[in-house]
Write a protein that binds this ligand. Structure first.
Ligand SMILES: *Cc1c(COP(=O)(O)O)cnc(C)c1O
Length: 421
């Protein structure tokens, strides 16, 4: 994390004063340290380059997407994953090379498939048997696909963000024969070319065991099926630090471990080494971002709790309510000892509208102070809603002490733009 107090006791991100930003741009506002994002992307490139293997890096744009973010990913030589026509449209509007875009999702609509085919995307990640026929029907030329398998592996992470178990809605089960059926159908199709296999076993994965074991299992299945592939995509889900005590995935150590393991498995199985792809989202952007709020009313229930309310809430910060996710907060405009435990609540009409249940803040916190919630760069803006007709926040990138707007704050007018008068 790159959030620090300066010598005046004011909080900074990427050497930019957050109080000044809050005053100039209003709140809630999400601020990203652009260099942090770029550095994360470069760390993955460096780690893969050192292994000498053929690889492709892809950014899971669902974590945070907008035109400037997509442009940045292109500049850092990342491919792009999209999961909807809207994410694809955003990427194309940013001028992204369509052939480097991959379309995921367990229920791609006809419109999405047609739009993606017309745009000339790189490949689909097929996630259902009936999707194979649908893509075949709409394609007029050869189209590359990866097959998303469900390996039946559980990563040690929160159950809501586990996606690799047998009962998951994602992927086609190897154990229950759905993956074999899919391979057969793809072979029999007119236009689909099975370029590779994909799995994604969950999020907030700290260590490499689950990925290594899954890759081994999948490679064994490929060998037994006498199926050779060009690309093995092992998904994303590398962990980040939300609070002190969390461990960020160690890219420099973990990537070579996974790659070496895949290499030796292929060697042992006498199976041709495929190109390897990963698709991180969270670990690129989460720790790069903070959300700035202004403190409003403070309610102290004697001997029970102190609520510090901010001018946003579950409309821009849903992960606490959704997953019981944990966050850290810092007072922006003063560096004082955080000597009190409080609950940081939003302004929305839900009791569950809590941003942090047990937050540490200085006792002196008062109306008009600014707070920064850390590690809010992933799945915050992209999960934002207009519940209570709350406007979505503005987003800025800071670099070399300068801030540039990348998403404007939603206007009141935009809240009713589709309403029929
Ligand atoms: C969500 C997702 C990712 C990215 O996960 P992170 O935890 O953000 O890295 C990658 N691949 C697939 C298929 C996903 O669903």
């Amino acid at each position: 994390m790159t959030v620090l107090y300066n010598h005046n006791g004011e909080l900074t991100i990427g050497n930019t004063n957050l109080k000044t930003l809050a005053q100039s741009f209003g709140t809630p506002t999400i601020v990203y340290d652009e260099m942090y994002i770029r550095q994360q992307m470069r760390r993955y490139h460096d780690a893969f380059q050192k292994t000498g293997i053929a690889y492709v890096l892809s950014y899971a744009s669902k974590a945070f997407t907008c035109i400037q973010m997509v442009k940045l990913a292109a500049e850092e030589n990342f491919d792009l994953d999209v999961v909807s026509i809207g994410e694809l449209y955003t990427a194309l509007e940013a001028g992204y090379d369509a052939s480097r875009i991959h379309f995921h999702g367990n229920n791609k609509t006809k419109e999405e498939i047609q739009y993606a085919l017309n745009s000339g995307i790189g490949y689909f990640v097929v996630d259902a048997l009936d999707e194979i026929a649908l893509i075949d029907q709409y394609a007029s030329n050869a189209v590359d696909v990866l097959l998303r398998v469900n390996p039946g592996v559980e990563a040690h992470t929160h159950e809501f963000i586990q996606t690799g178990q047998e009962k998951s809605k994602f992927g086609l089960s190897i154990k229950y024969g759905l993956a074999d059926q899919a391979v057969q159908q793809i072979k029999e199709s007119q236009h689909l070319n099975l370029k590779g296999i994909h799995f994604h076993i969950g999020s907030q994965i700290e260590e490499t065991t689950a990925m290594k074991e899954t890759a081994k299992m999948v490679l064994k299945w490929l060998k037994e099926s006498a199926l050779e592939i060009e690309l093995l995509n092992i998904g994303g889900g590398f962990s980040v630090r939300y609070i002190e005590g969390d461990h960020a995935f160690n890219i420099e150590k973990g990537i070579p471990e996974i790659v070496e393991n895949i290499k030796s498995t292929c060697h042992d199985l006498n199976y041709p080494l495929p190109m390897i792809s990963i698709e991180p989202g969270r670990s690129i952007v989460a720790e790069a971002g903070v959300t700035l709020y202004e403190v409003g009313s403070i309610k102290e229930i004697p001997n029970v709790n102190k609520y510090v309310s901010v001018d946003g809430g579950m409309s821009d910060h849903i992960r606490t309510a959704l997953y019981d996710a944990k966050y850290q907060v810092k007072l922006v405009n003063r560096d004082e000892i955080a000597d009190e435990t409080v609950t940081i609540s939003g302004k929305l009409c839900e009791s569950g509208d809590i941003l942090i249940h047990e937050a540490q803040l200085p006792k002196s916190v008062k109306r008009g102070d600014y707070l920064a919630i850390l590690s809010t760069g992933a799945y915050h803006y992209s999960m934002a809603s207009n519940y209570n007709q709350i406007q979505k926040p503005a987003v800025y990138f800071v670099k070399n002490g300068k801030a540039r707007e990348v998403i404007k704050r939603q206007s009141l007018r935009q809240l009713i733009i589709n309403d029929v008068k």
